[in-house]
Design a protein around this ligand. Structure first.
Ligand SMILES: [Zn+2]
Length: 320
């Protein structure tokens, strides 16, 4: 039986109800409400009998509504941590008791539920939309350039910008007129939820899960390190070693990863967004990102989900 692809808010909420029943005190559910009225969840798994100060602390998240394989992968990993089996019913390779005794593992499976709910498909498998059409769903269609996606902004206002008629699903509405790209503004639910939980748990690691199209690339997944200069010394060395562990696990599982983790390559305005929103975090903690192929016939739902689940499993194993 193929595993369910958990990507929509109702599917996630049904799973959370199941997980709460099975996990009991090892699962803590926090949430904040987005402007759209959706709950944005932080699911924390840990053994409450072991004091916090003895634990490793890792945050897992996904900011982009058009990258549902990240949610499916987190659901698969949480299912393993709660039930000992993945969503297809196969036994986990994780030592669950040890992981929950030694670590605090927090997951934000849907960073922007409003955007996710507006997506026309649960999974972008390349069967219905070309990449240009997909990108017009992502950022909206440029009113001055039909058929092409609109520009990429950290924060924008409908009263100021000549914007697409159908707003791109990557954006989260934060009040009547303003929208943000979740991982480029601390006004997003994505960042607000992280900082709320971080106040209590002071995370030492953050694995942020992403997808991209790998057009004309020989690779189908990769690990990204922070933009050059943001993480340095021992922090950067461990970021790279952690990323390499994920890359090696993908290779063993039959994926074609870029062989080494690489720095996020943005320059100019996009790099500025990252410096402003992530710069302090990169100096303090380990942050790496995955990118897994999206919107292509060779990137099946299972391919997308399992790549992200593998990255999470490796990150937990490295921690404990
Ligand atoms: Zn992304």
């Amino acid at each position: 039986m193929p595993a369910p692809f958990i990507a929509k808010q109702a599917q996630l909420e049904a799973k959370i109800a199941d997980w709460m029943e099975i996990a009991g005190r090892t699962l803590r559910v926090d949430s904040i409400a987005s402007f759209s009225g959706h709950k944005v969840y932080a699911l924390t798994l840990t053994d409450p009998a072991v004091p916090l100060e003895r634990k490793r602390r890792c945050y897992f998240s996904q900011p982009h509504a058009h990258e549902p394989g990240t949610t499916a992968g987190m659901a698969d990993a949480i299912e393993q941590l709660v039930t000992g089996k993945d969503l297809a019913g196969n036994a986990t390779r994780l030592d669950i008791e040890k992981a929950l005794a030694k670590a605090i593992l927090t997951f934000n499976p849907i960073g922007n539920p409003q955007g996710r709910e507006a997506a026309p498909v649960p999974c972008w498998d390349g069967s219905k939309y070309t990449n240009d059409q997909f990108w017009c769903w992502m950022r909206g269609e440029d009113p001055d350039n039909p058929g092409k996606m609109w520009k990429r902004l950290d924060l924008w206002d409908t009263r100021v910008e000549r914007h697409p008629k159908r707003i791109g699903i990557v954006y989260e509405q934060i009040d009547e007129h303003r929208y943000v790209e979740p991982n480029r503004s601390h006004l997003s639910s994505f960042f607000k939820l992280f900082f709320k939980l971080d106040k209590e748990f002071r995370y030492e690691r953050w694995l942020d899960l992403h997808q991209t199209e790998f057009e004309k690339s020989q690779f189908n997944c990769m690990v990204l390190l922070p933009i050059k200069g943001l993480a340095e010394g021992d922090i950067l060395a461990e970021d790279a070693a952690w990323g390499q562990q994920v890359v090696d696990a993908w290779t063993r599982a039959g994926y074609r990863p870029q062989p080494k983790p690489v720095h996020l390559g943005y320059t100019g305005e996009q790099a500025e967004y990252f410096r402003k929103n992530w710069g302090e975090l990169h100096k303090r903690m380990h942050c790496i990102s995955t990118e897994v192929k999206n919107n292509a016939p060779d990137a099946t739902p299972e391919f997308q989900m399992k790549a992200q689940a593998i990255a999470i499993e490796e990150s937990i194993q490295r921690l404990v």
